[in-house]
Design a protein around this ligand. Structure first.
Ligand code: ATR
Length: 282
């Protein structure tokens, strides 16, 4: 079995991860002799796990919660978004040791490009983007929006101090508000993005959309349920909506390419596999 390339996803816990479904689909579709495995790892063992990758026969893997920040400090070299976000979600063994990058922002952009082409038109870029939440996911989204040239990124969070800290980190064009102040009279964003965990398991919506323009694109990075209460309300108001499943699928693309040498495609059969697993089949 010497030619079988192995990759992993590690987290604590990692049972919930859907990454094996994605990568094992691409391995099969591209007829690659490879494996993608779950490797749970408690925080105190992460350093040892990452040090032993080559010995364990891994070419690389994904890092998920709660290890993304710790992994940033443990890899030998970081690239691109990882440097700004100070968090790593994808690693691979290279000539100079363990390399790390962060593909969350890439996944966010590729999903919007795919599901709503033109979302970042010049007209929209000249308006604000409203980002709900100020955690790790919010950081990746803000970085991505800035890369696309949005002239204003409003970060709305329950705890204002966390949004303020992101404004300090990213600088202009970001500004911070309390989420309770994210009301249509004050703001007319081109796009609203929920990065909080509200909406998961059918909880309430993080924001009342009443009064926002019907052209406002509403995107939720929560993908379970696929149509969160926020997206359901947006749909009732005739606003364009983008669900979060594609972000999960697209963020996986660069890692697969690094480990297995082929850039995989996010196609409808893959989306269907994930929808089935989420219990979202039509
Ligand atoms: P992640 O890294 O996945 O983004 P996180 O760092 O725990 O997760 O951030 C979660 C985000 O969801 C935060 O913006 C959090 O708001 P606070 O900073 O005020 O905690 C937000 N959030 C979670 N539950 C919330 C709730 N019930 N009401 C409002 N905001 C909530």
């Amino acid at each position: 079995m010497a030619n079988v390339k192995k990759a992993f996803v590690t987290g604590w816990p990692v049972d919930h991860s859907r990454s094996p479904l994605i990568h094992n689909y691409w391995l099969k579709k591209n007829k690659i002799l490879g494996e993608y495995l779950k490797r749970p790892c408690p925080p105190e063992d992460l350093q040892q796990f990452l040090t032993n990758l080559e010995h364990e026969g891994f070419v690389g893997g994904n890092i998920t919660v709660p290890h993304k920040e710790a992994a940033f400090d443990l890899v030998d070299k970081t690239y691109d978004a990882a440097q700004t976000l100070e968090a790593v979600n994808t690693v691979w063994l290279g000539k100079n040791g363990l390399q790390g990058t962060n593909t969350d922002g890439y996944g966010f952009l590729a999903n919007l490009d795919d599901r709503h082409p033109g979302w970042d038109s010049e007209i929209n870029r000249n308006k604000a983007a409203l980002v709900l939440g100020a955690g790790g996911a919010s950081r990746a989204v803000i970085y991505a929006l800035m890369g696309r040239g949005f002239s204003e990124v409003v970060i709305a969070n329950r705890t204002l101090a966390r949004a303020d800290a992101l404004v300090e980190h990213f600088g202009p064009p970001c500004r911070a508000i309390e989420i309770a102040h994210a009301v249509p009279g004050e703001l007319s964003p081109a796009i609203i993005i929920n990065t909080t965990s509200i909406g998961m398991n059918d909880q309430k919506s993080p924001l009342d959309l009443k009064g926002f323009a019907s052209t406002t694109i509403v995107h939720d990075i929560v993908y379970s349920p696929l149509i969160t209460p926020l997206l359901a309300q947006a749909g009732e108001f005739g606003m364009p909506i983008v669900d979060g499943l594609g972000m999960l699928l697209h963020q996986a693309v660069p890692g697969f390419e690094k480990w297995f040498g082929i850039r995989p495609e996010v196609d409808e059969p893959l989306r269907k596999i994930l929808l089935d697993d989420l219990g979202e089949a039509p």
